[in-house]
Design a protein around this ligand. Structure first.
Ligand code: IMP
Length: 428
């Protein structure tokens, strides 16, 4: 059973990094296929915290080849910084490679991201400001720079000059912000080219050879379904497709090769940035969950919005991704509450919805309809068998499982690599 995909089933920050890290010791390849350093995947090993933005979470397992696939947008400076930080902490990074087809986030993408957001004012999206959207815009406008372009630096420099004239006009004349400087970019990117050249590969034949040899491939999604450019809460979304199907476009591996598609969902919900969030708790309980769950962005440090689990979102994640399993994270954060709620439907303008309407405007008016469960008070953070969880806690998980129709195969009850309950082998 060699091809696994792990994707976010909510609005990101579900704990995908932890799930990938916990499983990646059996992987021969761990591959990112979309997004960029807007992601922040936290992995805790023996009390030591690692926050990875661009590197696949499998990087801590030296036997797994880590590939940043063609669908990723790469900030080369951030990539080198992350590699350097890991090396300083004694980790080898020789197994990290980047696709020559992946697009480069250029300094003007970051400047444009920030300028656009500030021009939007009240209507801002709340992006991470990492240049993700503008980089994908250039990719689809066919004026982007690819990682492989760094290998022919003379041509890169020539094309950069042409692009920069245009981009600086937009920055200075339209948005009235500072220009970015050619010489400075050339100087920076010459260093990146030199330092990255041995890691730049054509990933497609390598991955297909791995498939032929029946190697175990792990695809690590960033962000999540509800931030998907097509299926998410548009326009409050990211600029890529964080779904299982996107491994075809973002890594060149057909989706029908996937054996297990694991959706990661918190036992509650969080969201950073703007946009509709039907089960949001704007009260003291929301604050309690934020504090107890440490719900502050690992990329931007922004406080995350918090709320109850939304089954419409979870079912949608099963449908769009063809999930075979769920990994439910942070169940321990709900310990100590008198009651725990889960949203089973929406009420919008007097009509009941059992699916997510496409309009952000409609969603903003939705009222959640909840099913309420008794809470539990016992510490569950050291439990490793489902049967040992308090009965009320089991009831909650079993209800969610029955509703979504796929197995909740893994439950995470703490931040450490080992704090997991496995209900069904993810390897069978
Ligand atoms: P962008 O991806 O920086 O363009 O941001 C677009 C939206 O996606 C914003 O609401 C961000 O907060 C959100 N977003 C992007 N990446 C992540 C992530 O890894 N976790 C959670 N939210 C994210």
């Amino acid at each position: 059973m060699p091809v696994y995909v792990v994707v976010g089933s909510q609005w990101g920050d579900e704990g995908k990094g932890k799930v990938v890290d916990a499983l990646a010791d059996k992987a021969d390849y761990v591959v990112r296929f979309q997004g960029g350093n807007n992601a922040g995947h936290t992995v805790i090993v023996s009390g030591e915290k690692f926050v990875l933005h661009l590197l696949p979470s499998g990087v801590l397992h030296k036997n797994a080849q880590c590939i940043i696939g063609n669908g990723v947008v790469v900030d080369a400076g951030v990539l080198l910084h992350e590699l350097h930080e890991l090396e300083k902490r004694g980790f080898s990074t020789e197994h990290v490679f980047v696709s020559d087809r992946a697009h480069l986030i250029m300094p003007y993408h970051i400047a444009l991201d920030k300028a656009k957001e500030s021009a939007r004012g009240e209507e801002k999206i709340g992006t991470t400001g990492r240049g993700i959207g503008p980089c994908y815009v250039d990719k689809y406008d066919r004026v982007g720079f690819r990682v492989g372009d760094l290998l022919d630096f003379a041509t890169f420099k020539e094309n950069l000059k042409k692009q920069l004239d245009w981009k600086n006009k937009i920055l200075t004349q339209l948005y009235q912000v500072e220009a970015v400087y050619y010489e400075q970019i050339v100087e920076e990117f010459a260093i990146y080219a030199e330092k990255l050249k041995n890691r730049i590969i054509d990933a497609t034949p390598i991955l297909h050879k791995a498939l032929e040899e029946n190697k175990t491939l792990f695809f690590e999604g960033a962000q999540a379904l509800m931030l998907d450019i097509d299926h998410g809460t548009y326009p409050f979304v990211t600029s890529s497709s964080p779904t299982v199907g996107a491994i075809a476009s973002g890594a060149g591996v057909p989706a029908q090769k996937v054996n297990r598609a694991i959706g990661v969902s918190k036992a509650y919900t969080t969201r950073v940035g703007e946009g509709p969030f039907v089960t949001e708790l704007k009260d003291a309980l929301g604050e309690h969950i934020r504090q107890k769950g440490g719900e502050f962005g690992s990329t931007t440090g922004r406080p995350r919005r918090t709320g109850w689990l939304d089954l419409l979102v979870a079912k949608y994640a099963v449908q769009i991704n063809g999930l075979t399993d769920f990994a439910m994270t942070k169940l321990d954060v709900l310990t100590g509450l008198d009651e725990v709620k889960v949203c089973v439907a929406y009420q919008i303008d007097g009509k009941t919805y059992d699916y997510i309407p496409s309009s952000a405007h409609l969603l903003a008016k939705a009222e959640p309809i909840y099913k309420t469960f008794a809470g539990w008070q016992e510490d569950i953070s050291k439990i490793t068998r489902f049967e040992d969880l308090p009965k009320t806690c089991q009831d909650y998980v079993l209800f969610v499982e029955e509703q979504v129709g796929v197995s909740i195969s893994m439950i995470s009850v703490g931040a450490e690599r080992t704090q997991n309950i496995y209900r069904k082998s993810l390897w069978a």
